[in-house]
Design a protein around this ligand. Structure first.
Ligand SMILES: [Zn+2]
Ligand SMILES: [Zn+2]
Length: 231
């Protein structure tokens, strides 16, 4: 299970100052995927089979357009909308045998649009990659004493807390799991409480009786809560 392609970025993320090491990994992977999705390779029609099928969410299309690679972006969009046109209007022109008419076709079209809306080449790829990273983190925690001590210093955002809990339930035996769970929850509680105290101090600073200086963590408390604890 231990794969060196994962250990280096994991060790780097756990050695950096960040609100969640898995978010650091995610942001790097996301940027690489956005870059690749408007890279020169996407000029090849064969490379666009998967993106034609899955499409992109609004957030990732916006990030792709910020890369200012106008021709690859337009080619990706051109063949993706061709696929949508072919699918939607084939349903319209070839109603299935024994179909209940246009209402049934309308429902099928609506389902197809829901499917495209809920899929994104970048989101789907990231989800699979983050699963692999989390599996390797749990594995390294079990096998590598040095990593275990780095891990015990860190807390995670709520999404990655959930991911680590799910993987640990699946991959660790009872004894290892109990230790892992206690460390994870202890740090998560400390992190939640710290953010709660920081945002409370920030709120209280609006009181006209407030005097004094705000710490850096208090000034950025609202942003931290959004980044770390909003699902
Ligand atoms: Zn995170
Ligand atoms: Zn996406």
């Amino acid at each position: 299970m231990k794969e060196s392609i994962y250990t280096i970025p994991i060790n780097e993320a756990f050695s950096s100052e960040c609100h969640c090491p898995l978010c650091s990994i995610y942001e790097k992977l996301e940027d690489d995927l956005v870059e690749a999705s408007v890279g020169a390779a996407m000029m090849e029609p064969d490379r666009r089979i998967e993106t034609n099928e899955k499409g992109f969410c609004k957030k990732h299309i916006e990030q792709m357009s910020l890369k200012k690679q106008v021709l690859p972006l337009s080619l990706v969009l051109q063949t993706h909308i061709r696929q949508q046109i072919d699918t939607i209007f084939n349903m319209q022109s070839k109603p299935r045998m024994f179909s209940k008419g246009k209402k049934e076709t309308a429902q099928k079209i609506s389902q197809y649009i829901d499917g495209v809306k809920s899929s994104c080449y970048i989101c789907n790829t990231l989800e699979a990659q983050m699963q692999r990273y989390a599996e390797n983190i749990v594995y390294m925690w079990k096998k590598d004493e040095q990593f275990k001590s780095k891990f015990s210093e860190k807390s995670f955002c709520v999404n990655h807390l959930k991911l680590l809990l799910d993987i640990a339930v699946k991959d660790l035996g009872e004894n290892h799991f109990n230790t892992f769970f206690d460390i994870l929850l202890k740090n998560a509680k400390a992190s939640y409480e710290k953010s709660y105290n920081d945002i409370t101090d920030f709120v209280n600073s609006f009181d006209y009786r407030f005097k004094g200086e705000l710490s850096q963590d208090t000034k950025t408390a609202t942003r931290t809560v959004i980044d770390k604890f909003i699902y």
